[in-house]
Design a protein around this ligand. Structure first.
Ligand SMILES: Cc1cc2nc3c(=O)[nH]c(=O)nc-3n(C[C@H](O)[C@H](O)[C@H](O)COP(=O)(O)OP(=O)(O)OC[C@H]3O[C@@H](n4cnc5c(N)ncnc54)[C@H](O)[C@@H]3O)c2cc1C
Length: 353
């Protein structure tokens, strides 16, 4: 028997793969729900739902990809999404001018390539359209507006229990129970606001980048951007392009690399070089080319580079280098002003006021 048929045969007798739970599992889950309803702490749990396949938390690109790959193997899954749409980060929490930062071949999901007529860096609208047709093609219908508030593995039952609530409410809890849990909640899904002394007295508009859409709302205004990652840098460029005056706070040393080098995407070139060379050698090559193209950022008194190379730093700390799409030229010519500490900013009494 070939391994696939053997696997199919085993599935036929595995209660997990049956559309309706077996009597044993049904009794188990019924018992579980009764036990819970008598427990004062969790007495508010209203319903308990048995999920025959895996539970996937999050309908972003990762959650969709996992669900599609499972579907390809005839395994149904349940996708729980706290928002009201797929890819909520891309649809609801990104600025208008956003395109993929990496070339499309590095961002496409398994089993379905991007449409051939897409550009190298698809726009966010194109990326979202691709994800919607991806979900449609694999029949992925997430359960929307359902936030997973906790998930724990029950050692006795050997099952995952994912407790959920309708998003934004303290309403009835529903507990989903399954043998498998996939957490695909993303690394950028939560907005983090830094604590800044005196911010409460600031009279102007304060927003997180996840609420920023376009510089058109800031034409003629001075805007302070706190944070010099890819989003902060690109927001500054957008503000410039809409005739606002951006100031950026650069707290730490940061690697800025051109988005493209030697006619190729920097990311693609890095991946290719890493096949042949160790990471510290690739880092040296990248920095040499970046210096030729951008100049010595530290010597110009603009932005210092970390002592560790960009790829090594990314793999050890998760800190992503900035892939420059034009912001650095605006910094060099003074259209974007750089502050190095918030103290410097505070001494100017929040310049944007
Ligand atoms: C400005 C910007 C540009 C980027 N450019 C690129 C790029 O060019 N290429 C690239 O590959 N990546 C890029 N990224 C990284 C981005 O993280 C990925 O593109 C992608 O969105 C990650 O997918 P994900 O499914 O892991 O996470 P997300 O897209 O963050 O999806 C997570 C989902 O989980 C849901 N969720 C979270 N918590 C819960 C919960 N408790 N219960 C239920 N649902 C929950 C969220 O609502 C969300 O829909 C960029 C990110 C940003 C912010």
């Amino acid at each position: 028997m070939d391994p696939w048929s053997e696997c199919e045969g085993k599935k036929a007798h595995d209660p997990i793969f049956q559309t309706y739970p077996s009597q044993n599992y049904r009794q188990l889950v019924d018992g579980l729900c009764k036990e819970r309803s008598t427990n004062a702490v969790v007495a508010r749990i209203g319903r308990c739902i048995w999920v025959p396949g895996p539970i996937i938390v999050g309908a972003g690109p990762s959650g969709l990809a996992v669900s599609a790959c499972l579907k390809e193997k005839n395994v149904d899954s349940l996708v729980l999404e706290r928002s009201n749409c797929i890819a909520s980060l891309w649809q609801l929490k990104t600025y208008d001018r956003l395109s993929l930062h990496l070339p499309r071949q590095f961002c496409e999901l398994p089993l379905m390539p991007f449409p051939a007529n897409y550009p190298i860096y698809p726009s966010k609208q194109q990326f979202v359209a691709y994800l919607e047709s991806y979900a449609a093609r694999f029949g992925i219908c997430p359960t929307y507006n359902r936030t997973v508030v906790s998930a724990e593995y029950d050692e006795q039952l050997l099952l995952w229990r994912a407790r959920t609530r309708a998003t934004g409410t303290m309403g009835e809890e529903i507990e989903y129970v399954s043998r498998w849990l996939v957490v695909a909640t993303g690394e950028n899904a939560e907005a983090v606001m830094p604590e800044i002394d005196g911010l409460e007295d600031f009279k102007g508009t304060v927003m997180h980048t996840s609420s920023y859409k376009s510089g058109s709302a800031f034409a003629g205004k001075r805007v302070l951007v706190v944070g010099s990652g890819n989003s902060g840098m690109e927001v500054c460029l957008d503000l410039c392009n809409h005739n606002a005056q951006p100031y950026i706070v650069v707290r730490d040393a940061v690697h800025i690399l051109p988005r493209e080098m030697l006619g190729q995407s920097t990311f693609g070139l890095s991946m290719w070089l890493l096949k042949w060379l160790p990471v510290h050698v690739v880092d040296r090559i990248l920095l040499l080319i970046a210096r030729t193209m951008l100049g010595d950022t530290a010597q110009l008194g603009l932005i210092k580079r970390p002592t560790m190379g960009p790829l090594e730093l990314k793999s050890l700390s998760g800190k992503t280098p900035v892939l420059d799409v034009g912001t650095f030229a605006k910094i060099k010519c003074g259209d974007i002003k750089v502050f190095f500490t918030m103290t410097e900013v505070q001494s100017m009494k929040m310049i944007a006021q």
